[in-house]
Design a protein around this ligand. Sequence first.
Ligand code: KIV
Ligand code: ZN
Length: 517
Amino acid sequence: MNTAQDRNRIIVFDTTLRDGEQSPGCSMNLDEKLRIAEVLEEMGVDVIEAGFPIASNGDFEAVREVARAVKTSQVAGLARTSRKDIDRAWEALKGAKRPRIHTFISTSALHMRVKLRMEPEAVHEMIVDSVRHARDLCEDVEWSPEDGSRTDHDFLCRCVESAIKSGARTINIPDTVGYAVPHEFAALIAMLFNRVPNIDKAVLSVHCHNDLGLAVANSLAAIGAGARQVECTINGIGERAGNAAMEEIVMALRTRRDVLGAYTGIKTESITNASRLLSSITGFNVQPNKAIVGANAFAHESGIHQDGMLKDATTYEIMTPESVGLTRSTLVMGKHSGRHAFRSKLKDLGYEPGENELEDAFSRFKSLADKKKQIFDEDIVALVGEEARTGNERIRLVSLAVTCGTVGPQTAELELEIDGVRKSTKAAGDGPVDATFKAIHELVQHGATLKLYQVDAVTEGSDAQAGVTVRLEEMGKTVNGQSSDTDTVVSSCRAYLHALNKLLVKRERTAPAAFGG
Ligand code: KIV
Ligand code: ZN
């Protein structure tokens, strides 16, 4: 029998690697997904949705590898209702300690008519068949009615009841298009509790999108109405405007437990680290004023606020920076800092590399410290990101020299190592970055188009590192490349090569398949 306390424990289902990864430009390679999964597990996520195995060979492989690597969290894989989808999901998941098949089909009149072109009766039959089939393979099955928040209530109740009868242990109600508002969404959840006779046999979950900026508010309203699982992503990444942000839900529950009454098992001190890792992998920086993880979330600028803070932090601070893992370490780093100080700085920032990684990161740190007077925490975070990006790339930068200035043409002399063979060229362009990208194109034939070129200063100061993101698209596949260096053109070149290397991996791994919601 559950204690009152257990009944208030919210299951955190993270879909950063599935719904989050589906957002344009957020795709991750296998290695990156494994790193994210490791962090999610460490932070106490209950269920990690690792991908959509039928979508591509790359997705399949990622789910299989995450399933093998993760030991404490459950690992879920998404599947539509066809047996082929479900079998493929199970194939990827079966090596997991605690696997879960998550199957879904649209139930709103609009989706059934336009998208599925199926009658409600046929959809209902598919639900029964798919959940039964999934249950024959896997003990733990979750079912979702896509576009649930816009589904006719009678039909929704009937489908939910049948899914539970067929063996679903979790019923997840998605607000697929982010259309719901909090009181309405809470009423929908309450309606299901009131009208579905076997609802007590399943955990009720919610999955909210952020099209109206209400994903977190809707998730919390649903918890208030009795939902006990929330689906969310780190930094709120996801389709269109994204999914409910995990850090916001978790911190709202922690900070306002007095009124919300529920809690999660998330180690909130890991939030900052997870957020930074995801940003550095995807190149999606969070806006400075983003709740919980934005650069300004704990900054106090105005005189009145600063005065209050100095007298008593609780005047303007409802949660401590430490509670989300933001430690303003006092250790000042520079070119005289040794390995020991560097290791302890990394620890302060939430990184604990192995010996080899530490050695590589330390030598990068030393060369950065030679170029830059002051090394800020942000520099170290960028440096660790850079470290994680380099390894077994097929295309490497050997050297780059550019000419720039008021008298053109600007040129780039570039040498690359491609699959172990050195090649060089010289190209002219409209500025040194354009010349560099043209030189890359001459050496590496590809049909990708540049979708985004973004440069941010990692810190203050004219010797700041330039954090560059390059987004490339080739045949509907989008990848992001990042780099940081005190030389903006070198950083741009590396970011472009990072993206190209990812495209090469995608080309090898991807087989076409349709994506779900
Ligand atoms: O938004 C959605 O409806 C989904 C489902 C597949 C759960 O992502
Ligand atoms: Zn979704």
